[in-house]
Design a protein around this ligand. Structure first.
Ligand code: AMP
Length: 379
């Protein structure tokens, strides 16, 4: 399937042509000396090879992106100005349109809005893997109206994730974490079949623990998905934590930490306590499983890694992934943020930029934005 995505290489010279590029510049911004600035420009920098390639072919390039959630209305907090400022420091010649989500037509996949975006352009490139799981106008409509292609990052993300699922070097170990079990069930259903073992951590692990009949105290629990966890535990090799770090229920935790020292629990967590990270034994046992792997796919933190007291499990997994000789693919905003915070982002084989998109691609094997490119009448 990835080889069938149209690429810009078939276009040759673009002298005098106008190209619209859909990017995902939804980057974090913060006020620095009274000016809003991009605090992590990874997403902007990763589009530069495409911009340079198009410019070398003679094209004039306009980029468009969503930014935050303005919900179809103009919202001053979500103007793209800070993104534009950073982009123009990197490549002054690239134009950046205003936030696509200022129009309700974007998320509604309105063909009229989509047509207005591409009006006046000769070509379209989708370089927004992280937005390609959404059937939004800027993703879906341009390929129906002008010759369109997948950008190099989009191609690479898709090829990497799909080849990992199609022919992984084994053992293939998947590590899944994060807070919400329901967000990860779809991908877990695929991984229990494709991977040799799925290690589950984070808040979502407690619903699995409860499904095994363990006590989880006041830890995160999703009663409506226990049966699916039971089924997953019966289908494949799903390994859940054997101990935990946590606190008394009600004790504060978060990015600023808190006054109470972390407690360590065994398999069961008593009433009145809450699990907030995998414990030391689990860290060791997950690290050993990762060390023996030849392919590792990791998505989601092992605990409340933003709180230094509950960062150890996520860090242990990150270091084990980096230390292993496995092909390692890390996806999801939180796992990537954690990896960055340990300075390890360049040590893994591949960092997938789109959290939701990479989960959906693993789960369904395709994305609406990829279909739009493949099915373009201009191919
Ligand atoms: P998600 O958005 O579902 O990938 O979850 C990411 C979030 O899960 C992070 O902000 C973590 O702080 C949070 N998290 C991880 N483990 C736990 C836990 N045991 N209890 C509560 N929150 C958790």
């Amino acid at each position: 399937m990835p080889s069938t995505l149209p690429s810009i290489d078939r276009w040759g010279s673009l002298e005098g042509k106008r190209v619209l590029v859909r990017v995902d510049f939804n980057a974090p911004v913060a006020e620095v000396d009274g000016v809003l600035r991009v605090t992590d420009d990874f997403r902007l920098r990763s589009a530069l090879p495409l911009f340079d390639d198009l410019a070398a072919r003679g094209a004039s390039v306009t980029a468009c992106t969503h930014f935050g959630r303005p919900n179809g209305k103009v919202d001053e907090r979500f103007r793209v100005e800070p993104l534009r400022r950073r982009l123009h420091e990197l490549r002054p010649q690239i134009t950046l349109m205003e936030n696509l989500r200022f129009s309700p037509g974007e998320e509604a996949n309105d063909p009229v809005f989509g047509a207005s975006l591409i009006a006046g352009f000769d070509y379209f490139v989708n370089e927004a893997f992280g937005a390609s799981h959404r059937a939004h106008a800027s993703i879906m409509i341009p390929p129906t109206l002008v010759p369109s292609a997948a950008g190099p990052n989009l191609q690479r993300e898709v090829a990497t994730l799909l080849s990992l699922l199609e022919s992984p070097s084994r053992p293939f170990v998947a590590v899944v974490g994060g807070a919400k079990v329901k967000d990860k069930l779809g991908v877990m259903k695929v991984l229990v079949v494709k991977a040799d073992a799925v290690l589950v951590g984070g808040g979502m692990a407690y619903t699995f623990a409860a499904a095994e009949g363990r006590c989880i105290g006041g830890s995160l629990f999703d009663a409506s998905h226990v049966q699916e966890c039971v089924a997953l535990l019966e289908t494949g090799t799903v390994l859940i934590p054997v101990d935990a770090r946590g606190l008394k229920v009600g004790a504060p935790f978060g990015p600023d930490g808190g006054p109470d020292e972390a407690l360590v629990f065994g398999e069961d967590i008593d009433e009145g306590f809450v699990g907030l990270d995998i414990g030391p034994l689990t860290s060791e046992f997950f690290a050993a499983a990762i060390a023996g792997a030849r392919t590792v796919l990791w998505n989601g933190p092992m605990g409340v890694f933003e709180d230094p007291r509950f960062n150890a499990g996520t860090e242990a997994v990150a270091r084990a992934v980096v230390a292993s000789s496995a092909i390692s693919v890390v996806g999801g905003g939180d796992s990537v943020a954690a990896l960055n915070s340990y300075g390890l982002q360049d040590e893994v084989s591949f960092v997938s930029t789109g959290g939701g998109a990479s989960l959906e691609l693993v789960e369904l094997g395709d994305l609406p934005g990829l279909r739009a490119l493949r099915e373009s009448p201009w191919n």
